[in-house]
Design a protein around this ligand. Structure first.
Ligand code: CUA
Length: 162
């Protein structure tokens, strides 16, 4: 089979370009430790309000013995509960959130807190807020007609005693 020289050259150029792009992506992913979420924690989303960690009285901010914070939340059409949260700055925060109905997302602009909240699973994010101030917790997955109005307040305050 005869392949024209120009065509052969371009086949090689394409292969080399693809190899470079895959190489750059792989190096970036390995170098910056990018990986898909590894936790796998199923939960019965229809029973969140009936029992366990995500019942209304168990939601909110808890301070652990080591000084870190656990923040437990529920996402449901169309809000995040509790709707107003206060956490200390520069403190490790473990955020655990579950959906009571459909797929939601949480995004807090100007921080690295962002996750999907898939019904049937607990979404967990470990972070530390670096700046004090008022932030908005926004839903970033379309979840229905009220999606635009699904948000709540996050206040990052000075550590008590400092
Ligand atoms: Cu919840 Cu969009």
């Amino acid at each position: 089979m005869h392949i024209d020289e120009t065509e052969k050259r371009w086949v090689w150029i394409t292969i080399i370009m693809t190899a470079i792009m895959v190489g750059v992506l792989t190096a970036y992913a390995v170098g910056s430790n990018v990986h898909p979420p590894s936790g796998f924690e199923p939960i019965d989303s229809t029973r969140l309000h009936v029992e366990g960690e995500f019942m209304e009285e168990n939601l909110g901010v808890k301070t652990n013995p080591d000084g870190s914070i656990t923040l437990t939340m529920v996402a449901a059409r169309y809000g995040f509960y509790p709707s107003s949260i206060e956490v200390p700055v520069n403190t490790p925060v473990k955020i655990r959130i579950a959906s009571a109905d459909v797929l939601h997302g949480v995004h807090v602009p100007f921080t690295n807190y962002t996750t999907m909240v898939v019904p049937g699973y607990v979404a967990e994010v470990n972070t530390e807020f670096q700046k004090t101030g008022d932030f908005s917790l926004l839903c970033n997955e379309y979840c229905g007609l009220g999606h635009d109005h699904m948000w709540s307040r996050l206040k990052v305050v000075e550590k008590s005693g400092s």
